[in-house]
Design a protein around this ligand. Structure first.
Ligand code: APR
Length: 260
């Protein structure tokens, strides 16, 4: 029989019926917090570069000051940003489900910001690492930022990476660069969540970057329903049972919390 309900209502019913839910987020999740997505054009000192050209081990080896300066500029942008209504809706939804005992919610993110956590949500599985966890590029020891946070100029600047306290090597950002493997613990937590969920909600991801983009497909193969929230077209359009066209901060409060 044809489903004549409006897509938002039908998607809400699918969510209510699901026992285990994974929310899989990408850069669009944080766009309305003012954190640029990876496909946005870079500005200032970075205008000559694409994000893909800066986010590689080769770029860091060639010009560590350029790459460290870019990550410090990005970290400053994230520190100044606030979680948006979409992050808050996910946090409220997860807390409500936990209180009702109506089933687990796992947040798996490709984002390197901390906005899910700052919204008060469950700790997200960070597939691509974090802007806030630098480590030594030589010995791997965890590094720390200066206790007084620097003020980054609007247009960015070159910055020498700090030195490792253990071995004197240069610190590197604690993120996954193009060409690098994903952190094992995060990958296996995400993979297990995908295998055992009945619904995966994809928000603000272009679904172009593998292996992360394969995770929702894995959930589909294991029998889950895929829902998508995105204002644009993505590789998941054809796979999603419901495509809710709109931004994270407008659609998620209505979808997860019934706020219109
Ligand atoms: N709300 C929801 N989605 C949005 C919004 C918004 N306000 N604004 C943009 N989008 C969507 C875009 O339509 C696009 O599909 O967010 C997506 C952003 O795509 P990408 O920039 O490719 O981000 P992402 O999918 O997270 O990229 C994956 O690639 O570059 C690497 O490591 C980086 O984690 C990143 C990964």
């Amino acid at each position: 029989m044809m489903d004549t309900r409006p897509p938002l209502a039908a998607a809400r019913d699918a969510i209510s019926a699901a026992r285990r839910i994974v929310i899989f987020t990408g850069a669009g999740m944080s766009a309305e917090s003012g954190v640029p997505t990876f496909r946005d054009a870079l500005t200032g000192l970075w205008a000559r570069f694409s994000a893909e050209a800066l986010a590689t081990p080769e770029a860091f080896a060639r010009d560590p000051e350029l790459v460290w300066g870019w990550y410090e500029w990005r970290r400053a942008r994230v520190r100044a940003a606030q979680p948006n209504a979409g992050h808050r809706a996910i946090a409220e939804f997860a807390a409500r489900r936990a209180a009702e005992g109506s089933g687990g919610v796992t947040v798996v993110t490709q984002n390197v910001d901390d906005l899910h956590e700052r919204a008060g949500g469950p700790a997200a599985v960070h597939l691509h690492g974090s802007l806030f966890a630098p480590r030594c590029g030589a010995c791997g020891a965890p590094g720390a930022f200066a206790t007084v946070e620097p003020v980054e100029p609007e247009g960015g600047r070159r910055l020498a990476p700090p030195r490792c306290e253990q071995c004197g090597g240069a610190l590197r950002p604690g993120v996954v660069w193009f060409g690098e493997g994903l952190p094992e613990a995060a990958w296996s937590a995400a993979s297990q969540a995908m295998d055992s969920c009945d619904l995966v909600l994809c928000v603000g991801t272009s679904a172009l970057v593998y292996p992360a983009a394969a995770l929702p497909e894995q959930a589909l193969r294991a029998g889950a329903t895929l829902l998508q929230v995105n204002p644009g077209h993505t590789a998941f359009d054809a796979l999603a049972r419901f495509n809710l066209k709109g931004s994270a901060a407008t659609v998620l409060p209505a979808l997860l919390c019934g706020n219109h």
